[in-house]
Design a protein around this ligand. Structure first.
Ligand code: ADP
Ligand code: MG
Length: 235
């Protein structure tokens, strides 16, 4: 579904991604773990066409997203829940959710999807008219995921959704990802939280200083002595 090949991204003279290749098959949860500064957010932002690519390609359902406008990529079926959530604190919960649906033309479908988001996160319905800044970190993460779902993505990308959340809230977020996968949403999850990602994901890539170091199923990684070395470096 998503195929990243030999992707190079630079910020001026900083080489953030040094030619990474990665694929996500339809129906999978793919995890990408790695320390701070490894290039995880850069990879997701490039896949959302939010930053320019220096070399290589990113193909979604067979067609490149490189050079596309970000909103076109959303229309094509990729949604990103960005690092730090990027909720609008002064807008209320309902208004924040509506922002996720700006690329949609099927208002009946949007209402249906909103209902699904409320089934997933009932607290958002309760707080519909509350300024989003008043929500807890976990509730804001749910709002950020709900907003992304309102674009009806086929591929949902999440950048460190567990960051700053209490363990019990992280459980809820990870359970939600499993539910979404079971409902046909393919997921690319970036995390520093390696252990939980290994529990959840179908396949995992380890990224460090702009390179993919190791990849495999969680079982394959557990059996790989190289993984232990890479893994111990940042857990
Ligand atoms: N806007 C930016 N300008 C310059 N360098 C950046 C910028 N964003 C990220 N970087 C650098 O690119 C590298 C990868 O960053 P990032 O993708 O944010 O890593 P991660 O998400 O894994 O923590 C790091 O060296 C970081 O300092
Ligand atoms: Mg990051």
């Amino acid at each position: 579904m998503l195929e990243i090949s030999n992707l190079v991204v630079r910020y001026g003279s900083i080489l953030a991604l040094r030619g990474i290749s990665l694929e996500v098959n339809e129906g999978e949860i793919v995890g990408v773990i790695g320390p701070n500064g490894a290039g995880k957010s850069t990879m997701l932002m490039a896949s959302a066409a939010a930053i320019p690519v220096a070399e290589g390609d990113i193909r979604f359902e067979g067609k490149s997203v490189v050079g596309e406008r970000p909103e076109v990529v959303v229309e094509r079926g990729i949604s990103l829940v960005p690092e730090g959530r990027h909720i609008f604190h002064t807008l209320n919960v309902g208004e924040n959710l509506d922002l996720g649906a700006t690329v949609r033309k099927d208002s009946a479908g949007v209402e249906e999807d909103k209902q699904r988001v409320f089934d997933l996160f009932p607290i958002l319905k309760e707080y519909l008219n509350t300024p989003a800044g008043k929500l807890s970190g976990g509730e804001q993460q749910m709002l950020a995921i709900g907003r992304a779902l309102l674009a009806r993505p086929r591929l949902l990308m999440l950048d460190e959704p567990s960051l700053g959340l209490a363990p019990i809230v992280i459980d809820r977020v990870f359970e939600t990802l499993e539910e979404l996968r079971d409902n046909g949403v393919t997921i690319l999850l970036v995390e520093q939280h390696a252990e939980r990602t290994l529990e959840l994901a179908d396949r995992v890539y380890v990224i460090r200083t702009g390179n993919i170091e190791i990849a495999g199923t969680p079982d394959e990684l557990a059996a790989n002595p190289e993984f232990e070395r890479a893994f111990l470096g940042f857990v």
